[in-house]
Design a protein around this ligand. Structure first.
Ligand SMILES: [Mg+2]
Length: 269
């Protein structure tokens, strides 16, 4: 299947595959977006390749997959592309053997191909440590970086919104370590170039033939466009709080929700 929408600049593009953001697009909080399961099934029926992409740093693809299956999505683990997995792919590509992890949840499962060590690791991989943060464990990371470990951060978000209120995110911890060590972390999550490069490699399509669908103007739309993709914003999730400025050229297309994707694809093919 190949489709040729006009971008807002009038240039016609051929879309052969999709990167689809998860949170705010396929579900919001724990609620499935109406019509989203059917939209994914439509892509599968038409054999359009896609990956579900997310910055989630507390979950491995294994538990994320279970979560999506419970909501009715019939997908495979290899259709999930997460920040921890992107980090593992990136480290492997760099031929890194030894790492240490500063994160919680079951994300460590993505790093089974590496030697996890506190003894001079080549890279310190920093995710969301949340409530497990103590002076002692932060200081250990600091010492390892001072001893030569490079920092790879899964994301650098300042804060996030929990039901108890705004909360410090991993970015604040990364910034503290950067400040103390006077070294800079490589950021692997969306909207980094590295994230999208790894995802496109896995999708096996050039950026100009891929559309990204997301609710976040920064990490999905601006980041996706910078990586060379056609961008589609959905008006669900975060979108109402960060709608694009009126004179902005991005996104290339806006739809009310991902439920509108099949009809849109039919209309342009
Ligand atoms: Mg999102």
């Amino acid at each position: 299947m190949s489709t040729n929408p006009q971008s807002r600049t009038g240039k016609s593009v051929e879309i052969r595959g999709f990167l689809i953001d998860i949170d705010g697009v396929l579900y919001i909080e724990k609620q499935v977006v109406r019509g989203a399961v059917e939209a994914i099934e439509y892509l599968q029926k038409k054999e359009v390749p896609f990956l579900l992409v997310t910055n989630t740093t507390r979950r491995s693809r294994f538990s994320l997959l279970n979560n999506l299956k419970r909501m009715g999505y019939k997908i495979d683990r290899n259709q999930l592309f997460t920040a921890p997995y992107a980090a593992a792919c990136w480290l492997k590509e760099k031929n890194i053997k030894s790492i240490n992890l500063f994160m919680r949840g079951d994300t460590y499962r993505e790093f089974s191909d590496f030697r996890i060590t506190t003894n001079k690791p080549e890279y310190m991989v920093i995710g969301d440590i949340g409530e497990d943060l103590t002076y002692n464990n932060l200081n250990q990371v600091f010492r390892q970086v001072m001893n030569g470990a490079k920092m790879l951060a899964l994301q650098k978000n300042r804060f996030w919104k929990r039901n108890t209120g705004l909360s410090l995110d991993a970015g604040a911890i990364v910034a503290a370590l950067e400040y103390a060590t006077e070294k800079e972390a490589t950021i692997i999550g969306k909207p980094s170039k590295e994230f999208f490069e790894q995802a496109l490699k896995q999708l096996d399509l050039p950026a100009e033939n891929v559309a990204i669908i997301g609710d976040d103007m920064e990490s999905d739309i601006t980041g996706g466009a910078a990586a060379g993709m056609y961008t589609i914003a959905v008006e669900t999730g975060k979108f109402p709080e960060m709608r694009p400025r009126r004179n902005s050229k991005l996104p290339h297309h806006i739809m009310p929700s991902i439920a509108a994707l099949p009809a849109w694809l039919e209309s342009i093919s």
